[in-house]
Design a protein around this ligand. Structure first.
Ligand code: G4P
Length: 535
């Protein structure tokens, strides 16, 4: 093993951006890549999207709806740190996919719209981060528009998220009067000028001056608000405590406008200063709990996403593997905990502008492993095949549909396609105990639409998704297998199995589930199931 391992692993920073749709995630992503030097001109991310769309039919749905469906990874290097930005889909129907992506992040940027504060989707995503103790940096965007009072925004974060806020900067008003922001730690003033923004400032750090030097160029009321607000913030709000941040109790806050490149360089500097190197990961080796450190010699990682047909010329799937330890080298043979061997000849790296082949990779990095369906979401990979990371949960679907091919001769073909998409984690697939129905489960309607589109484009199948006789699915668990068996025997018309053969209860409504739970106190009806595929 090379001596580069500790130093390479220490400089990785793997993070995701969470936000409510429209808060500015896409704009911020692009500007972060600009500030980080990964792309040279605004619009390249979109251009890359265009290229992708022309080569991948199912992305049509993204174009039609103007949303981003597939999570991807973008890697860039800046100031001797390697950043892996995991792009999470913004639409709420994709919360499950987003959840999985967040399991692979060590840190998150929460983007808020300065005029709106915390919105429903921000809250949901934040809860996922909290479940995983992921530290959060807050970026309050769109300060170039009329915003809520900064103290009010911070109060909202404190009250709704129970997160202490430590502003690193304080804005001089907002909207038309916005003049820049004061660095609360150094006392420097970052002067914002609309004129330079519009004529295209070089993205990156804003020039720093003393407030006194530019006071006369600013709106008098904005200066007053800044001086009062900053003094109050210093008095009543805590200074940033890196330990509290890493434990997920405190968030550093930066104000800015992604669209006008202001505050983005500072956000990147904040990541550089505070974001953690790849965090230790809890796993099991055989049945013994272990903690893997980024500098451990053995290569290990877990699959958090599968994407099929990224390249329509090759029917391959790409498994996104988040590395947790060791120095990965191209051509390595890795094993799942079930002993399946995967030879990683052509691992993909996802650079901001393009895809390339990864020669080496370290903890925190995400590599794409092309495979023919051997790998599943939640799989652990290691050299010995002796490591198993905690499972990635499946969530109970909120929509169930019966899938039927228009051409009845294609039933077998359809089952294969549905299984393949379920393995990818797009949707879930249930097989009722009685009959040959194929019941598809999704967290949102959009997933069903994406699936229908992919059925046509990728599998040449015309499929009808009709209402199912059930509306709810819950996994059934019981410590006593004979009681579980007896329950299934008695409830053949309301039970089935999922893709992994785990028993599920298929109910018409919540009342039915409640009733079944009440009558069968030894059974647990759960809304999530950790896939311990390899157990
Ligand atoms: P999302 O990915 O979170 O959904 O948000 P996105 O970046 O697409 O931004 C949503 C809208 O907000 C876009 O406007 C974008 O230009 C605007 N926006 C983002 N950041 C800022 C900012 O700092 N200030 C201002 N004033 N606007 C911002 P749009 O009109 O919906 O789209 P477009 O036509 O500009 O692309």
């Amino acid at each position: 093993m090379s001596d580069r391992l500790p130093q390479e692993a220490d400089r990785r920073r793997t993070f995701a951006i969470i936000s409510h749709p429209d808060a500015g995630k896409t704009t911020l992503t692009e500007n972060l890549l600009l500030a980080g030097g990964a792309i040279r001109a605004a619009g390249e991310v979109a251009a890359r999207g265009e290229r992708r769309r022309t080569t991948s039919d199912w992305m049509k749905i993204e174009r039609d709806r103007g949303i981003s469906v597939s999570a991807s990874v973008m890697t860039f290097e800046h100031n001797n740190k390697v950043y892996n930005l995991l792009d999470t889909p913004g639409h709420e129907d994709f919360s499950e996919d987003t959840y999985r992506t967040l399991t692979a992040a060590d840190c998150a940027i929460m983007v808020l719209d300065a005029a709106k504060g915390i919105e429903p989707q921000t809250l949901k995503l934040f809860e996922v981060c909290r479940l995983r103790d992921i530290p959060i940096v807050t970026f309050i965007n769109k300060i170039d528009r009329e915003a809520l009072d900064p103290l009010e925004l911070l109060d909202e974060i404190q009250d709704q998220l129970q997160l202490d806020t430590a502003p690193l900067f304080w804005p001089a008003a907002s909207g038309q009067r916005f003049g820049g922001m004061l660095d609360l730690r150094s006392g420097d003033f970052l002067h914002y000028s609309r004129r330079t923004a519009e004529t295209g400032v070089q993205p990156g750090m804003s020039p720093r001056v003393r407030l006194e030097e530019v006071k006369n160029q600013l709106d008098a009321s904005a200066v007053e608000e800044l001086e009062e607000g900053a003094a109050l913030a210093k008095e009543i709000l805590p200074a940033i405590d890196p330990v509290a941040f890493l434990e997920g109790h405190m968030t550093p806050v930066i104000f800015g406008t992604a669209l006008r490149h202001f505050g983005v360089g500072e956000l990147l500097a904040c990541l550089e200063e505070f974001a953690p190197a790849p965090r230790p990961q809890v796993a099991k080796s055989k049945d013994t709990p272990i903690t893997l450190q980024r500098n451990d010699q053995d290569v290990s990682g877990f699959v958090f996403k599968i994407q099929a047909n990224m390249d329509p010329n090759h029917r391959d799937r790409v498994a996104f593997l988040r590395l947790c330890s060791g120095e990965f080298r191209r051509g390595m043979k890795l094993k799942t905990a079930a002993g399946k061997q995967v030879n990683v000849h052509n691992p993909l790296m996802f650079l901001a502008q393009d895809r390339g082949i990864a020669e080496t990779a370290y903890a925190g990095d995400v590599i794409g492993v092309p495979n023919h369906g051997q790998l599943r979401v939640g799989d652990s990979l290691s050299v010995q095949g002796n490591i198993r990371f905690a499972g990635i949960p499946n969530f109970a679907p909120e929509i169930l549909r019966r899938a039927r091919p228009r051409d009845p001769m294609k039933a077998k073909h359809l089952r294969k396609a549905l299984e393949s998409l379920a393995e990818e984690g797009v949707t879930q697939l249930f097989k009722p105990t009685i009959g040959s129905d194929m019941i598809v489960g999704a967290v949102g309607n959009l997933q069903i639409d994406v699936m229908a589109e992919r059925m046509v484009n990728e599998y040449g199948l015309d499929v009808v998704f009709e209402p199912a006789p059930y509306n709810l699915a819950r996994w059934i668990q019981c410590d006593d297998p004979s009681k579980l068996e007896a329950f299934i025997e008695k409830n053949k018309s309301a039970t089935g199995i999922d893709l992994d053969g785990a028993p599920v209860y298929l109910g018409k409504n919540a009342w039915e589930v409640g009733y079944a739970a009440e009558k069968n106190p030894d059974l647990r009806f759960t809304e999530t199931r950790e896939r311990l595929l390899e157990a």
